[in-house]
Design a protein. Structure first.
Length: 105
C-alpha cells in the first residue's frame, strides 16, 4: 500500500469510529466483500452479481458500473470524466479540491 499522508489525520478526525474502521478496511482490502467472504469459506462465489467480476471493496465502491453511475450523482464527487479506481485515488483528488477552509475529514 502506498504511503498516504492524509491517512494519519483520519484517526484524529472527529468521525465515528465505525467510519474510521470502514476506511481502514477499504484501504487494506478487508471489507466483507464477495472475495473476502469466499476466502473465509463463506457463501457465494466471490463475484459481483451485476458485473460478474471479482467483488472487492474497491469494485463495490468504485469499479462497478452501478457504483460509477451513483458517483455521478454525488455533488462533491470529482467531475464525471474522472474515474475513481480506488479510495486512495479518490481521497487524493478530494484533497486537492477542498478549499482552504474545507477539510477532507
Amino acid at each position: 500500500m502506498p504511503v498516504l499522508p492524509w491517512l494519519s489525520p483520519l484517526w484524529k478526525a472527529p468521525l465515528p469510529v465505525k467510519i474510521k474502521i470502514f476506511v481502514w478496511q477499504l484501504l487494506h482490502d478487508r471489507l466483507p466483500s464477495g472475495t473476502e467472504v469466499l476466502k473465509r469459506h463463506g457463501p457465494g462465489n466471490g463475484t459481483c452479481p451485476l458485473c460478474h467480476v471479482p467483488e472487492t471493496g474497491t469494485h463495490i465502491l468504485f469499479s462497478c458500473a452501478a457504483a460509477q453511475a451513483l458517483w455521478c450523482f454525488v455533488r462533491e464527487a470529482p467531475r464525471p470524466e474522472w474515474e475513481a479506481h480506488d479510495l486512495a485515488a479518490f481521497l487524493q483528488v478530494r484533497a486537492t479540491q477542498v478549499g482552504r477552509k474545507c477539510r477532507l475529514f
